[in-house]
Design a protein around this ligand. Structure first.
Ligand code: FAD
Ligand code: UDP
Length: 395
């Protein structure tokens, strides 16, 4: 038993496990809307979960510690909410991909199609051209990543831009992965090369780390960093509501097994140039290049003055997460899905625990989706416990 520096917890009504977006939003609402005290336990030495960023001391460049994070949403409520904690610049994400020494626009759009095939097709011609490419494989009900990708863009583009990259990213047969992984990317028949279609997009003017500091600023919120919930759980009052945002299999002591996750390694380098690659993210489509992409963080904030003599880049490598390593992407094979269903059943027996966020729901969720889910969980599951009013008549 660890005697953690938690002090007297008598009367504590809310304990939030994890200070990523789910935990931070719920804590902010409990403190600032309900006016109640909340204890936040965070295993890491910093707040913000995987969306955390910090300033590189040598160059002054804001670095996203867990890989590039671009804020985008079509949800006005989420956009208005997040703007209470930071303004946003007008950054629009565009990605390039290198294949056999040539650079192409990603996601696949008219420029990618024309450059790859060496053609100059108009939108309707490109549609017709790809329709014929797709027909060659004739996949009526695409049921996995490979089939879905081929049915959207045809085999040649799939083999150039999706196959090698996805094999590096997932190291799983692409026929065993869900189609939902690839439908995250649009396919366009015009020259629109934006990565996201959402109406609201940008990078926080003061940095991601400031958003979390501001969300958790209330004196009703106590954040204890560097502490694992499972080491101190027994010290919490029995009637304390727990909002758990950690891995779901860990919560139930892996009784149904370990869910599959991919983790990432980042090779960080400060390169002695003002601009290394001319853009924020360059993908590498070929299997032979060991990394999936290179991030260059200075490009996220053209409005900031940065060092002219150095730029921070991350080379990103993907691999299976071993036990205890950082989970990044849920793999979601059929076996994982069945296991998760068993954990989902177990959740129902935990009346004093609310599960939320990407780790507890075993879902790949963007920041805006997690914020939306946290706002909903607060209104539907947390607030009514104190006010007694069902959520749909509260507002
Ligand atoms: P997390 O941010 O993971 O926070 C969970 C927290 O709980 C962590 O801080 C963890 O330390 C803590 N915790 C876990 N277990 C315990 C425990 N036992 N005790 C105490 N603390 C615990 N989203 C976008 O919108 N745009 C992007 O461009 C984007 N890029 C991404 C790139 C990568 C490489 C990855 C992996 C994700 C990206 N995302 C992006 C998704 C984004 O990271 C998530 O939506 C967000 O981090 C989810 O927040 P969360 O609160 O659910 O989880
Ligand atoms: N993908 C690909 N080639 C690319 C970019 C993406 O094959 O150049 C595939 C890959 O399987 C990836 C998925 O599309 O996991 C979703 O891409 P996204 O950029 O949304 O992934 P993330 O940025 O979240 O890693």
């Amino acid at each position: 038993m660890v005697s953690a520096p938690l002090g007297n917890l008598k009367g504590l009504k809310f304990c939030v496990v994890g200070s990523g977006y789910f935990g931070a939003v719920v804590s902010e609402r409990i403190a600032n809307d309900l006016g109640e005290s909340v204890l936040v336990l965070e295993k890491r030495e910093h707040i913000g979960g995987n969306s955390f960023s910090e300033i590189d001391s040598a160059t002054g460049i804001e670095v996203h510690k867990y890989g590039s994070h671009i804020f985008h949403t079509n949800n006005k409520e989420v956009w208005d909410y997040i703007n209470r904690f930071s303004g946003f610049n007008s950054y629009r994400h565009r990605v390039w991909t290198t294949f056999k020494g040539k650079v192409y626009s990603m996601p696949i759009n008219l420029a990618t199609i024309n450059n790859y095939y060496g053609l100059n097709l108009k939108p309707s011609e490109a549609r017709e051209f790809l329709r014929k490419e797709i027909e060659r494989d004739a996949i009526p009900n695409p049921a996995n990543l490979e089939q879905k990708a081929v049915s959207l863009i045809g085999r040649p583009l799939y083999e150039a831009f999706i196959k090698g990259y996805s094999e590096k990213q997932w190291e799983t047969e692409l026929s065993k992965l869900p189609p939902s992984i690839i439908t995250r990317l649009p396919v366009r028949f015009d020259f629109n090369d934006r990565y996201f279609d959402d109406p609201y997009e940008g990078m926080p003017l003061d940095g991601y780390f400031k958003i979390f500091e501001r969300m958790l600023a209330s004196d009703k919120i106590r954040v204890v960093k560097g502490i694992d919930f499972f080491q101190v759980r027994s010290q919490l009052p029995a009637d304390c509501l727990i909002i758990y945002t950690g891995p779901i299999d860990r919560f139930f002591d892996y009784k149904h097994g370990h869910l599959g996750w991919r983790t990432l390694d980042f090779e960080r380098e400060t390169v002695p140039v003002a601009d290394y690659q001319g853009t924020s993210v360059m993908n590498y489509a070929e299997r032979a290049v060991p990394y999936t992409r290179i991030h260059e963080f200075r490009h996220y904030h053209p409005e900031r003055k940065h060092s002219e003599t150095g730029s921070v880049i991350f080379r990103e490598f993907s691999r299976f997460a071993k036990r205890g390593e950082e989970p990044y992407y849920p793999i979601n094979t059929d076996q994982d899905k069945q296991m998760f269903e068993r954990y989902r059943e177990e959740m129902k027996s935990q009346s004093n625990v609310i599960f939320g966020g990407r780790l507890a729901t075993y879902k790949y969720l963007d920041m805006h989706q997690v914020i939306g889910a946290a706002l909903l969980a607060y209104e539907r599951d947390i607030r009514p416990r104190l006010t007694g009013k069902p959520w749909n008549v509260v507002r």
